[in-house]
Design a protein around this ligand. Structure first.
Ligand SMILES: *[C@@H]1O[C@H](CO)[C@@H](O)[C@H](O)[C@H]1NC(C)=O
Ligand SMILES: CC(=O)N[C@H]1CO[C@H](CO)[C@@H](O)[C@@H]1O
Length: 255
């Protein structure tokens, strides 16, 4: 029998292990599958998936699936499986979680090999994910789950620490700048967060998806695009009700 039906495009998503990241990835998955013939796999740790699975309406069960990513536990006894999430994680274990996430890259590579997705959509702290995808000739795109005002402010601070942010309505005080700096300079597994962030945006193929809309944040979107040297594609605010896709938001996937 000849298959006349179009094969669906398979997308693998790897959000950072935090509720504020997994939720927008899931909302993006819903939005994409409601408009097109996509099959989406969302990859995360079992502790996160257990609580997210029951929240997905059965109408998505044919097009959104979950894939478990196992983090090492013997090597990191301080991080039992219920701590494989930022939710309820004692702050002093945050760098262990990032390290465990990095260490799971081999397991993630196996998932890539098994699923052979057409596209990987990944988050801002795991440059190994797009690198592994690229080794298997799988294109990948970063999805930034914070708004463009905040993201452009941070990236500006990373790239031009001595220059003033061009939009004076957004500013932080000196002690806050110090805090932001400490965050960006903090390192886990020998890699500073600022380098993780930079590498993740550098490795994104041509475009970067951002959880925002031009209607709300056009000037920050444009500024961020210049800072990162990539086209920014706003995917909408992704509030938990499905919203209409705008043509502009859809074009990236049709290229
Ligand atoms: C890879 O996954 C297995 C379970 O499938 C787990 O036992 C192991 O600790 C994981 N390894 C790493 C390095 O994350
Ligand atoms: C235990 C735990 O942290 N569960 C969280 C994992 O992520 C989902 C989705 O973001 C949350 O709803 C859970 O609370």
């Amino acid at each position: 029998m000849v298959h006349s039906q179009q094969r669906s495009i398979t997308i693998l998503m790897l959000p950072w292990l935090a509720h504020g990241h997994i939720s927008p990835f899931l909302e993006l998955a819903k939005k994409l599958t409601s408009k097109r013939n996509f099959h989406i796999f969302i990859c995360s740790t079992p502790v996160n998936l257990t609580s997210i699975k029951p929240k997905l309406s059965p109408k998505y069960s044919h097009c959104i699936e979950f894939v478990e990513l196992h983090l090492p536990h013997e090597e990191l006894p301080e991080l039992p499986p219920h701590y494989h999430t930022t939710n309820g994680l004692p702050p002093h274990l945050m760098s262990s979680l990032k390290r465990a996430f990095d260490m799971s890259s081999k397991n993630f590579s196996t998932i890539l090999t098994t699923l052979k997705p057409d596209l990987l959509i990944y988050d801002f702290l795991q440059p190994w994910a797009p690198s592994l995808a690229s080794l298997q000739n799988i294109p990948s795109v970063e999805f930034i789950t914070t708004n463009s005002a905040l993201t452009s402010f941070c990236v500006h601070h990373l790239k031009n620490p001595s220059a003033k942010f061009p939009f004076p309505s957004i500013y932080i005080r000196d002690y806050e700048a110090q805090k932001l700096n400490n965050l960006l300079e903090s390192s886990s597994n020998g890699i500073k967060d600022r380098d993780r962030i930079q590498q993740c945006s550098d490795l994104s193929s041509d475009i970067i998806l951002v959880k925002t809309s031009r209607e709300i944040e056009a000037k920050y979107v444009d500024y961020l695009s210049g800072l990162m040297g990539k086209k920014i594609v706003p995917v909408g605010p992704l509030v938990q009700e499905p919203m209409d896709l705008k043509v502009d938001e859809e074009t990236w996937i049709m290229k």
